[in-house]
Every structure is written in structure tokens, then in C-alpha cells.
Design a protein around this ligand. Structure first.
Ligand code: ADP
Length: 646
């Protein structure tokens, strides 16, 4: 077995791999960028080597720096995790070249499956059904003709793609040219390769994937399937195993097809064959030649540690079990907790994390703890919460309850949104498809509990009486019985609450209503009160310019008046549009001085590995735009201004 394992990754997956290595008595080496100097995975490693600056291209994507770190630290093996260099054949070859073992398949296998075009050709030849489409030359006119032949809607996919990047649904011939250009641009930026393939776009499919595991003696097994159909913008949000609608017969035939596809390239290690399925039919989409984000649900139902088996197989061990030895035990569901704002089109959110608390009694894979940070440089996933139950209903209940215990302050997050998805009728009965989130739209977006604002106001008042900083400009001390105003800003809304002390309790005046708050206590971070006749408890946190109220998984942030709230709004109605987050301009789509319509795309900003299109907030003339492709912008910087037509 290996003695020292370098993990060429960061965040939760680095922590997760190190956990298994430690249990197996293998020393761990972390590599980190400047942005991750104080990250949890760096602290947890036996040793840590700096490999470069914050942008991934200058650190986690640098093959030379990672291999050099391995050689210098005496590592005998390198685990790539997922993302970054995990599916980079040159990296796998360089690792072997440096005398280390790559914990993954051969460079040839990665190369064969790295191109979606090549992969589909190989598995089709091995007798696995593939999605109908076009895998040929790249001439734009030819692609347009082929798209029409397949019949709209079609899907343009980057051949080198992953993570939903370089992918565009095209509903009619008119949209094809623009979509092709966008897909190519995104693919070139992300993968350095703009080759695309076309596929028939299935309108109500399920994403079902099969986990496989193979040793170097030609023994290939499947560890059953996962359903990853709950997606947003073609990216997985909730995953489960087994798939709720797959029959035993389908399970067997998908499993066999997956094993056949893996065997066709002499695959060794853990990998995933992704299928898209409609009714009883299923088609190969692609193979991921690495550990998947969602591997914990499979681990839960088969009772195996996939990282352990990756290491054992890479060390030359034989898989000691046969397909018949494996059975599905219960049901497991994973939810991905992201730093993003569901109320603002899921815009990623960055910043320090002054307070993070995860539930106990379920598996939580995370790379952050209180005092950590979500940086703009990498993926915004904060944690994965995984529940395992005897059956699906129990797993859903356990996961919803566990998410309700999450407390995350500092960045916006999707925990309440995830709980809403888990409570959706179509999710619960299993009839959903990949369009679930889009179809539900606003219904899944969490709204704020109005009591949060009351709790925030009480907290402000309680803090004022003990903290001079909070007393400035406040009439409270002049007249103890006066109503004291508390002004808060919640998202785009200003909230004015007046708080009056009445005996041992308070009266809160909000708009036209009056709420009595009695039995108010603040112990540590728990605020309790009886609002009229209802008991209420929440976790609160004071920051310099905001208070956070956390309850049932939700976090509501209330800014104190000093903060310039305008900066936090992406677009303001006067026609000015500011950068909602730091990033780089990758396309300018309108010319200065021209007439533009409301919602017309003006700029494309790339941030946190995704493209964000910024549109005109009003009809008018594009009056100011001084940015060019390649420019970097900071959060709050003015991007452009539309002058309203008078
Ligand atoms: P990536 O590698 O970028 O993640 P995939 O090929 O794995 O891209 O596809 C991601 C998701 O896009 C799938 O899970 C599915 O929801 C959707 N998708 C992919 N191909 C099709 C298709 N032909 N029809 C409908 N949806 C598709």
C-alpha cells in the first residue's frame, strides 16, 4: 500500500480523501493556492505545499507545480479528486512519469473518454445505445444543417465538456448561430478545445448513472445506479441511490451496459457511466473517469468506501467480491449546499463565513468551518449533506431534517431551496425529470419568514443596551420609554420597525401591525421570544454591518443602515448596471450609442467558472460602457449605463 498520498485538489473532496487515507495509515500531502492558505484541507493534511497564486490556472491546474510538489514531498501516489486535473490525460502521464502512482485510470482511458465524441463512438461500437445526434466535422454551416436534420430541440455540447459548460439547448434554427458561438467560446475558455457535438434534446428525461469499479485483472463490477435528475442549468443539485423508478430488470441491463462500456477501454479504478433515460429506454451520454461528487450515496447503499477501493486497486489489489456479492442496502440522498442566492437567480455568493454549523447524525462532506471563506476563484459548493434511510421516504425525511439544522452565515446559500425541492410532490413520488426545478420556478424559491425581521430588530435593541457602538444616533437613552426605530435592509427591501419596551417585554410596530414580544432571552447565539402567542427561537449572529437570523436551515441577513445597500444590487432602476460579483468580461454584445431593449444582453461576465449575462435593465440608449473583453472588474464596479428614452 502507498505510504504518502498527495491530493491534487482542494475543499471538501481533499478533506474527504484525506479521511480515508488517514484511516488506512497513509500520510497525506495537500497542495494549495494563495487563496487557500488557511483552508481546512490545508490544516488537516500531514504536510502542505504551496503551488501558486489563487487563479486555478496558476495553481491547481499546473501539472508541473503539482508533480514537483509530489516529488519534493516524497509522495508515492497522487489522487486528483474531481474537477481540476482529474480528467487530464497529460497529468496522469506526468504523474506516472515522475514515478508516482496516479489514483485513477490510465492516461489512455482518460483520453478515450475525455472527448464526448470519441467516447460515444467507442461505446456505440461496444453495443451500448447512445443518444442520437451528430459527431462529425466542425464547420458551422454543416453543424447547422445537421441540427435541422436531427430536428429541434437539439443540444450543443462541448466534446471536452464537463460541469454543464459549453452546453446550449437550441429550440429553433434561428437561435443556432448565437448558441453555437456561445458554446464554443465557453468551451474554449474552460477546456482549450471548442469542438462540439450535437444531440437530440430529450425534453423530459432522467439522468441515471452507473458507478463502476474495476481492478487491473480485468474484473469489472457495477455498484448500481444513481438518479441525478434534480438539476439546475444541467448541473446536479440532489442525487440519490438507488434510482426510485428503475426496475430490477433495468438495473441489471444498465449495469451490464456500463460494465461493457468500461471494459471496452480496459478501464481500471472507479468510474461512472452516465445515461440519459426516457421511459424504459436509456442512452449513453458520457463516462467520467474519476470519482464523482455524488459518490457518497453509492457508498451508503453498498457499504464500501470508494476512495479506499480506488487506492487498493491502484496498488494492484484484486477486487475480492463478485457482482452477486453486492446488494442495495436502503436508500441514500445527497444535497449539494452551494454559496448562491436562489432569490437572485442563484448568483454565486462569496465572502467570509463567520458562522457555520452542520447537522450531526448524517454524513456531511465539507471543506469549510466557522472562520473559513468562499472565494471567487473556485466552485461555490460549501458542503454535501447525505442521509441514508431504510427506504426512500425515510431518507427524504432525514435529509430535510438535517438540512433544517444547518446554520451558515456570511454568504447566501441554497439550503431552504434544497428543503423545498425535497418537499416537492413530484420529487416525493419520483415522477420528476431533469426539468423539475425549471418547471417549478418561483415555487421553490424560499421566501423569508417575517418573524426573522422581528428577531433581528430585537437583537439590535438588545445589543444597543450593552454596546456603545450600536447606540449612535439613537433616541433610546434620551427617553427610555420612547419607541426606538430600527432600520434594516433585507435584500432590496428597507424595513422600518419601531420597538417599544413594555414592562419586561416589547411591542414591535411594523407597517400597520403591532406584535407583542414577551419572554425575550438571548443566550449565547440563541434568541428566544414569544411573538403574540407563538414561541419562536433562532440562532443569531452580529457582524459589523449586519445581523443574521438563522432558523430551519434558512439564513436571513439584515444590513444595518450604515451599509451602502445600493452596492449590493446588481442593477438599479436608473439604468446603471454594476458587477454583481468580481469577474472578467468575456464578451461585449452591444455598441455604445445604440438603442437597446430591456433584457437585451449587453455584457458577459465570467465569474466562478460560469458565464453571467448582464442585460439592459430598461429600454434606452447604451450611454456608457468603457470595458473590453479581458477586463477584470470588482464587485460593485459600474459596467454600463442605459439612458432612458425621454
Ligand atoms: P457535462 O459533462 O457538462 O456535465 P453531460 O453530458 O453530463 O454534460 O450532461 C449534463 C446534463 O445535461 C445531463 O445530466 C442532462 O440533464 C442534460 N442533458 C445532456 N444531454 C442531454 C440530451 N441529449 N437531452 C436532454 N438533456 C440532456
Amino acid at each position: 500500500m502507498f505510504k504518502r498520498l498527495l491530493i491534487a485538489n482542494r475543499g471538501e473532496i481533499a478533506c474527504r480523501i484525506m479521511r480515508t487515507a488517514r484511516r488506512m495509515g497513509i500520510e497525506t500531502v495537500a497542495v494549495y493556492s494563495d487563496a487557500d492558505r488557511d483552508a481546512l484541507f490545508v490544516r488537516e493534511a500531514d504536510r502542505a505545499v504551496r503551488i501558486g497564486a489563487a487563479p486555478a490556472r496558476e495553481s491547481y491546474l499546473r501539472i508541473d507545480a503539482v508533480v514537483e510538489a509530489a516529488v519534493k514531498s516524497g509522495a508515492d501516489s497522487i489522487h486528483p479528486g474531481y474537477g481540476f486535473l482529474a480528467e487530464n490525460a497529460d497529468f496522469a502521464a506526468a504523474v506516472q512519469g515522475a514515478g508516482c502512482t496516479f489514483i485513477g485510470p490510465s492516461a489512455e482511458a482518460i483520453r478515450a473518454m475525455g472527448s464526448k465524441i470519441e467516447a460515444k463512438r467507442i461505446v456505440a461500437a461496444a453495443g451500448t445505445p447512445v443518444v442520437p445526434g451528430y459527431l462529425g466535422g466542425q464547420d458551422g454551416a454543416v453543424l447547422a444543417t445537421e441540427a435541422a436534420k436531427i430536428g429541434f430541440p437539439i443540444l450543443i455540447k462541448a466534446s471536452a465538456g464537463g460541469g454543464g459548460k459549453g452546453m446550449r439547448v437550441v429550440r429553433n434554427a434561428d437561435e443556432f448561430g448565437t448558441a453555437l458561438a456561445a458554446a464554443r467560446r465557453e468551451a474554449m475558455a474552460a477546456f482549450g478545445d471548442d469542438a462540439v457535438l450535437l444531440e437530440k434534446y430529450l425534453t423530459a428525461p432522467k439522468h441515471i448513472e452507473v458507478q463502476i469499479l474495476a481492478d487491473s485483472f480485468g474484473h469489472t463490477l457495477h455498484l448500481f445506479e444513481r438518479d441525478c435528475s434534480v438539476q439546475r442549468r444541467h448541473q446536479k443539485v440532489i442525487e440519490e441511490a438507488p434510482a426510485p423508478t428503475v426496475t430490477a430488470a433495468q438495473r441489471a441491463s444498465m449495469g451490464e451496459a456500463a460494465v461493457r462500456a468500461a471494459a471496452a477501454i480496459n478501464y481500471v479504478g472507479a468510474g461512472t457511466i452516465e445515461f440519459i433515460s426516457e421511459g424504459a429506454a436509456f442512452y449513453f451520454m458520457e463516462m467520467n473517469t474519476r470519482l464523482q461528487v455524488e459518490h457518497p450515496v453509492t457508498e451508503a447503499i453498498v457499504g464500501l468506501d470508494l476512495v479506499e477501493w480506488q487506492l487498493r486497486v491502484a496498488a494492484g489489489e484484486r477486487l475480492p467480491f463478485a457482482q452477486e456479492d453486492l446488494a442495495v442496502r436502503g436508500h441514500a440522498i445527497e444535497a449539494r449546499v452551494y454559496a448562491e442566492n436562489p432569490r437572485r437567480k442563484f448568483l454565486p455568493s462569496t465572502g467570509p463565513l463567520p458562522h457555520v454549523k452542520f447537522p450531526s447524525g448524517v454524513r456531511v462532506d465539507t471543506g469549510v468551518s466557522s472562520g473559513g471563506e468562499v472565494t471567487m476563484h473556485y466552485d461555490p459548493m460549501i458542503a454535501k449533506v447525505i442521509a441514508h434511510g431504510d427506504d426512500r421516504a425515510q431518507a427524504i425525511r432525514a435529509l430535510r431534517a438535517a438540512l433544517g439544522e444547518c446554520e451558515i452565515a456570511g454568504v447566501e446559500h441554497n439550503v431552504s431551496f434544497l428543503r423545498n425541492v425535497l418537499g416537492d410532490a413530484a420529487f416525493i413520488d419520483g415522477s420528476y425529470d431533469t426539468g423539475l426545478i425549471e418547471a417549478r420556478g418561483a415555487a421553490l424559491i424560499p421566501s423569508a419568514d417575517p418573524r426573522c425581521a422581528l428577531a433581528a430588530a430585537l437583537l439590535v435593541v438588545l445589543c444597543r443596551s450593552e454596546d456603545s457602538v450600536w447606540q449612535r444616533g439613537d433616541a433610546f437613552r434620551v427617553n427610555q420609554t420612547a419607541r426606538q426605530p430600527v432600520n434594516l435592509r433585507h435584500g432590496v427591501t428597507s424595513i422600518a420597525i419601531e420597538v417599544e419596551q413594555v414592562g419586561a417585554g416589547y411591542r414591535l410596530y411594523v407597517d400597520a401591525a403591532v406584535v407583542a414580544a414577551t419572554g425575550v432571552t438571548l443566550e449565547e447565539q440563541t434568541l428566544r421570544a414569544r411573538f403574540d402567542d407563538e414561541m419562536y427561537a433562532c440562532t443569531v449572529l452580529r457582524d459589523t454591518d449586519a445581523v443574521y437570523v438563522m432558523r430551519a436551515g434558512a439564513t436571513e441577513k439584515f444590513l444595518l443602515p450604515s451599509k451602502d445597500a445600493a452596492l449590493l444590487e446588481g442593477a438599479v432602476s436608473d439604468g446603471r448596471v454594476v458587477a454583481p460579483m468580481p469577474g472578467q468580461i468575456i464578451a461585449v454584445q452591444a455598441m455604445i450609442g445604440t438603442r437597446v431593449r430591456r433584457d437585451q444582453p449587453i455584457l458577459v461576465l465570467e465569474a466562478m467558472k460560469m458565464e453571467h449575462t448582464l442585460v439592459a435593465p430598461i429600454d434606452g440608449t447604451l450611454e456608457a460602457l468603457s470595458l473590453a473583453v479581458g477586463d477584470r472588474v470588482v464587485e460593485g464596479a459600474e459596467l454600463f449605463r442605459i439612458a432612458a428614452l425621454s
